[in-house]
Design a protein around this ligand. Structure first.
Ligand SMILES: NC(=O)c1ccc[n+]([C@@H]2O[C@H](COP(=O)([O-])OP(=O)(O)OC[C@H]3O[C@@H](n4cnc5c(N)ncnc54)[C@H](O)[C@@H]3O)[C@@H](O)[C@H]2O)c1
Length: 322
């Protein structure tokens, strides 16, 4: 029998989750503290139970809870859901401090429940292609990765560029490299709203010697959603702004010719544009959650990977403020 899922938070993002779980035949309940949001979605999903009390989602009626409320509420709601024995898909990040995230990971392990952060980009077929190329050794040894997430706006006043934009790139960089950074530094400035950094530059160094960088900004002339991976043999770019060329593989690399006494030369070969499926990343994310609930895959790793992102975020935040 399909699991029954309840979605909490029906603001901007929650309705996308509700739509996907409905399409996957598992949406059973909806919750929002706003009466207006509740009545809009009660009309759209007449089969679902609708409530203004999060605790109503913790009854035996549901198997899983999806949390798409503001970030400051994630830790508390997730803890309550896990304590009630529910599997949880929670929007990123599940907690604002590493110690709180560790507590959630331990609770999920203790109750044998899924704790999955909603790192949407990991389900993007373009990011999956990057991972496939790296893991197959196509790029040779990976040397560095960098993310560009820039635009003019949307200017946030309650969350800085690291928290609002950086979580996406950070989750992808850690996923691609599958290593915990040993150094995490961030610099930035709050030009528009005091205490809320609009422009942030981050540097990460990993035990293997790989390095990574993130440029996060809503004060920029370019709209960029790009991740570049530089390998010793090939280089690859994932560009989410490009409709047709999501992923481009460059056969570009440095090499040494014996007769030039070890001087570095560069080689520019073919450029490939692999076909990337157009599946909706959020549908793939919801499907992955349901498969973990069904006992497939490594649910402990999903929770641990989420904790690695929160730890790196915390260190970058401390560095930014330091
Ligand atoms: N993965 C993505 O690409 C993506 C995109 C946008 C937002 N998000 C995430 O989704 C989450 C929600 O963001 P949003 O932009 O939809 O916010 P929002 O403010 O538009 O919506 C939040 C909703 O939660 C409701 N709410 C607040 N506290 C509640 C509680 N205790 N119980 C039930 N409902 C409650 C509010 O009434 C509101 O309707 C955030 O964590 C955000 O980071 C993710």
């Amino acid at each position: 029998m399909s699991p029954k899922v309840g979605v909490a938070g029906l603001g901007y993002w929650g309705p996308n989750l509700a739509r996907n779980f409905e399409e996957l035949g598992t949406l059973a309940a909806l919750c929002d503290v706003s009466e207006e949001r509740r009545s809009t979605f009660a009309a759209r999903y007449p089969e679902a139970r609708v409530t203004g009390e999060f605790d109503d989602l913790l009854s035996d009626y549901l198997d899983a809870v999806v949390i798409a409320t503001p970030v400051t509420t994630h830790y508390d709601l997730t803890r309550r859901a896990l304590e009630a024995g529910k599997h949880v898909l929670v929007e990123k990040p599940p907690a604002m401090r590493a110690a709180e995230m560790d507590e959630l990971v331990a609770l999920a392990a203790d109750r044998d429940r899924v704790l999955m952060p909603g790192h949407l980009l990991l389900y993007h077929p373009g990011v999956q292609k990057l991972k496939e190329l790296i893991d197959a050794g196509e790029l040779g040894e990976v040397l560095c990765v960098y993310g560009n997430r820039q635009n003019l706006g949307i200017v946030r006043t309650n969350e800085n560029a690291l928290w609002s934009l950086g979580v996406h790139d950070l989750s992808v960089i850690l996923y691609l490299l599958d290593e915990e950074p040993e150094e995490a530094l961030a610099h930035g400035r709050d030009f528009l709203t005091e205490g809320v950094e609009d422009v942030v530059f981050c540097y990460l160094r990993f035990p293997s010697g790989k390095i990574a960088h993130m440029h996060l900004s809503w004060l920029d002339p370019h709209k960029m959603r790009r991740i570049t991976v530089v390998g010793r043999e090939k280089m690859v770019v994932f560009d989410d702004m490009d409709l047709e060329r999501k992923v481009t593989v460059y056969e570009k690399a440095p090499w040494k010719r014996a007769e030039t006494y070890g001087e570095w030369q560069t080689r520019s070969g073919d450029i490939f544009v692999p076909r990337i499926p157009t599946d909706e990343p959020l549908k793939l994310e919801c499907r992955h959650f349901l498969s973990l609930v069904a006992g497939e895959g490594d649910r402990a790793k999903v929770a641990r990977d989420g904790a690695m992102v929160v730890r790196a975020l915390e260190r970058l935040t401390d560095s930014l403020r330091g």
